[in-house]
Design a protein around this ligand. Structure first.
Ligand SMILES: [Zn+2]
Length: 397
């Protein structure tokens, strides 16, 4: 499925391909690590030690680090306000390129800046105190190597450090099947910046089908983004979503319908073949906000339309006749929020979701669901209340 997948068409077009890593990488005295068969075998050995749950066959790390809560959210255990989503990553690059084609401009810079900023803040938080000192002591390449292995459990693809010299000012990784190339580039840049405390620039180059080299080099920060604040996590409402938790690892058993391939670093939905990943939605929310700040208040509608276009291409007959319980569970398993009411009467759909994550994505998907179910265009009215609730009303257009 994903093996032969080409990168997103427009988000990182040819002009992005640069080879600016200095020839100095081959000079004497500069460490050059090759991400070759031997390193890959080493990684495979490490991943083998990653234990999977004997009951639900999901890596134990997933349940150890993540909590699916009754309020429709996924959070990091121990960092209650850090939300995650378990989301269809196949759709992300399509969403980005749909946004680009609707706007007629490239949004790659804003996307990478936004996600890198969020990734950097997150990594900084994780590396506070002695942990951070240790990370700086053992070296950027080893820290990044560890993070990349962890990323495989989250479905980010198989990656390893392939070249490193911070004295020369760069670190390179090779990745196969990234969950989203621009988001991976941004995550990598943010993580590297949090360790080096230097601003970086990131570039990528395609090495073969689905294989890329991504380089972070010491650079200067973009002044227009410097000093911008990240959104504060919102207070959440309690909820009563119930799951069948795995008795051994604590992950909802519904999640075991997804197949973890630790060697490739992929998570696939068994029925639909969709590729999934577990990641923090904050970077995307910052991206949508930055777009709106930059390009005006029609951006939310553009994002909704871009997601509606993507969701339309994924709708299947199984979606018809979905009951409120199915939709509620669908949202909660993905950490997108708690569906507290859903009324579908005649050709009217009304819904309220507490603790929504990526509301524009939910709205676009819902509109597509409506149009597929009723086989007609829908008119969407939606609002985000002060208490964070997302309300939607879809009627015939
Ligand atoms: Zn389990």
């Amino acid at each position: 499925m994903r093996n032969n997948r080409r990168p997103a068409k427009s988000i990182l077009p040819g002009r992005y391909v640069q080879n600016h890593i200095p020839r100095a990488t081959h000079r004497q005295g500069v460490r050059r690590l090759v991400y070759n068969k031997a390193t890959r075998n080493q990684d495979a050995a490490v991943m083998k030690q990653t234990k999977t749950c004997k009951v639900c066959h999901i890596p134990l790390r997933v349940g150890k680090d993540h909590l699916w809560g009754p309020d429709g959210t996924i959070t990091l255990r121990g960092i209650h306000d850090r939300r995650m989503v378990f989301f269809d990553s196949d759709g992300l690059d399509v969403l980005f390129s749909n946004i680009e084609s609707l706007l007629g401009i490239s949004v790659e810079k804003i996307l990478i800046e936004s996600k890198a900023r969020s990734a950097r803040e997150y990594a900084r938080r994780m590396l506070r105190g002695p942990k951070g000192q240790l990370a700086r002591l053992v070296g950027l390449n080893r820290v990044v190597g560890r993070v990349l292995l962890q990323g495989r459990i989250l479905g980010y693809g198989r990656a390893g450090v392939s070249g490193f010299s911070w004295r020369e000012g760069y670190i390179s990784v090779e990745i196969e099947d990234p969950y989203s190339l621009p988001l991976f580039c941004a995550d990598f840049r943010g993580a590297a910046e949090s360790v080096t405390r230097d601003p970086g620039t990131v570039t990528s180059e395609e090495l073969g089908p689905g294989r890329y080299r991504v380089d972070v080099a010491r650079g200067s920060s973009s002044p227009e983004f410097a000093g911008r604040l990240l959104p504060q996590p919102r207070a959440r409402k309690p909820g009563d979503v119930t799951y069948n938790y795995c008795p051994r690892c604590g992950v909802p058993l519904e999640v075991s319908r997804f197949i973890w391939d630790l060697d490739r670093g992929t998570i696939t939905h068994a029925d639909s073949g969709l590729r999934m990943a577990l990641f923090g939605p904050q970077g995307l929310e910052v991206f949508f906000n930055e777009l709106e700040g930059e390009l005006g208040d029609t951006i939310p509608e553009t994002v909704i339309e871009a997601q509606r276009m993507y969701a339309e291409s994924r709708m299947s007959l199984r979606s018809i006749g979905a009951r409120a319980g199915d939709v509620r569970s669908w949202l909660a398993i993905r950490g997108l929020g708690n569906l507290v009411s859903l009324d579908i009467t005649e050709e009217l759909l009304e819904a309220r979701i507490e603790n929504p994550s990526l509301p524009l994505v939910i709205v676009g998907t819902s509109l597509s669901f409506y149009e597929f179910t009723f086989n007609r265009k829908g008119r969407m009215e939606w609002s985000l209340a002060d208490d964070g609730d997302l309300r939607m009303r879809i009627s015939p257009a």
